[in-house]
Design a protein around this ligand. Structure first.
Ligand code: GLU
Length: 467
């Protein structure tokens, strides 16, 4: 049997991390089994539908590196097939028209509430004589759910879960306007797409019993299910915007690498012993359904940061620069030129080891790419004020030096500190840092000076003096 998993997002305009984790699990399972991972857009809500919302999902998948098999399917495009299945069920006596008015339904709902019943529809049209149907009412179609016994799901995460069948309504599969409901569309699509494994959030567990009723009514194979607990915030509530961020897009904008988020979301709810660092290839090799955790997991930004730092460190200069390019533009209004790239590449080891996010990487490396005159930030200006003698002395010594490597720069700074500043190296290094970077936070300024070379260093010092 070829394993076929699916990712069926409702296009909401962004990809929630919970959905992303579902996609990751399904993708990993398919790749682990040499199976297929298919994408279906659940776009039946036409009022809210937009192509941008679909694009946001596809963009999220691409960014996470989750490739899919075949064409992306539109659920809306399958509506005739869904209606056809409902009609087939009516013909076979497994579904029926229900002509209840909103008032009647309301009465039933109130009665059920008063009696503490979970379901309310009293099945009055289930076996009614069709000739008694009112001519002026457009009926809905309801499924004949089993009345006795129980429906049991053998879930790969939750274990065996059952519900008494009298708790299952004769739920609606076609609305009165003839459109199929989510419950029907999902099952028909899952069947038609040959889905063998459904891995999703446990907020869908209740739907699963109803979906099984449809599978059974049609005599279709029921896929395997794995319902993973949802992701929670540190306070225990469902993970959302108020916890700092909720969508893949936001994490991307915060400077997280896709590899880090993939690793993090995987570990959040699945484990392989005590392994924390699980790169993509290992994830594919090791992933299984048995090790999906049973308890809801709490999103922990500190852990994500430490994984991000790890993957930043593992990346090559080229990879990092490519990922970071949009941020140079967004945050500093500049495109990286070749000289900037070259200098950043030379300083990459230190830049990488300092950065927890791409934003930090960009902010601490952009000075390499800027041209003079620099814009000095407030703190840098404080370091420059009154440091004119130091800067002039530095420039004179740098000009006189034959070579300017990091050791030499440090040696010169020390000598000047000894002469002018009671040996306090910081009093020399800070104005130098301000002059070269425009800020007070940067990698080793001695090393940066080496990367710039003597001419650029002296030009920057002069520009700081001339500001
Ligand atoms: N479209 C549903 C959602 O985004 C998923 C349905 C399913 O997994 O069956 O929650």
């Amino acid at each position: 049997m070829t394993v076929v998993t699916r990712f069926p997002p409702s296009p909401t305009g962004f990809m929630h991390v919970g959905n992303a984790r579902t996609a990751i699990f399904n993708w990993l399972y398919a790749r682990n089994k040499g199976g297929k991972f298919v994408v279906r857009i659940e776009d039946t809500d036409r009022k809210r539908h937009s192509e941008e919302a679909v694009a946001a999902i596809m963009d999220g998948l691409k960014w996470l590196g989750l490739d899919y098999d075949g064409e992306v399917l539109s659920q809306f495009a399958q509506r005739d097939r869904h209606t056809g299945v409902a009609e087939e069920m009516i013909a076979k006596g497994q579904a029926y028209y229900c002509y209840c008015s909103p008032e009647e339904l309301n009465d039933m709902r109130e009665k059920a509430r008063a009696e503490g019943q979970k379901t309310f529809y009293d099945r009055r049209w289930r076996d009614a004589d069709p000739t008694t149907a009112p001519a002026d009412v457009k009926p809905v179609v309801r499924i004949k759910a089993p009345l006795e016994g129980q429906t049991t799901i053998k879930d790969k995460v939750q274990g065996e879960v059952s519900v008494a069948n009298d708790q299952l309504d004769d739920f609606i599969i076609l609305r009165s306007d003839g459109t199929p409901t989510y419950m029907l569309s999902v099952v028909v699509d899952d069947h038609d797409m040959g889905i063998t494994h459904i891995i999703r959030g446990d907020d869908h567990l209740n739907n699963t019993f109803r979906q099984k009723v449809i599978f059974d009514a049609m005599g279709w194979d029921v896929p395997e299910f794995a319902h993973a607990p949802l992701i929670h915030g540190a306070d225990g509530g469902k993970f959302s915007k108020r916890h700092g961020a909720q969508s893949i897009q936001e994490f991307r904008e915060m400077g997280y690498l896709p590899e880090a988020l993939l690793n993090y979301l995987l570990r959040l709810g699945w484990s392989h012993g005590d392994d924390e660092i699980i790169p993509r290839d290992k994830a594919i090799e090791w992933f299984n359904l048995e090790n999906i955790g049973k308890a809801p997991s709490k999103f922990d930004f500190a852990k994500l940061d430490s994984l991000n730092a790890h993957y930043i460190n593992e990346s090559s200069a080229e990879e990092l620069i490519t990922q970071a390019l949009p941020f140079y533009k967004e945050r500093h209004g500049m495109a990286l030129n070749d000289l900037g790239k070259q200098r950043i590449t030379q300083g990459i080891d230190e830049l990488k080891s300092r950065a927890k996010t791409l934003l930090q990487f960009v902010d601490e490396s952009v000075f390499y790419a800027k041209s003079i005159p620099l814009q000095f930030d407030e703190k840098a200006l404080k370091n420059l004020d009154g440091a004119e003698d130091i800067l002039r002395a530095l420039k004179t010594s740098f000009e006189a030096a034959d070579t300017l490597d990091a050791d030499k720069v440090q040696e010169i700074c020390k000598a000047i500190a000894a002469e002018h500043m009671n040996g306090k190296l910081g009093k020399v290094a800070m104005p130098l840092r301000a002059a070269l970077t425009g800020t007070t936070v940067s990698p080793s300024i001695f090393h940066a000076a080496e990367i710039f070379g003597s001419d650029e260093v002296c030009n920057r010092i002069q520009a700081a003096l001339d500001r």
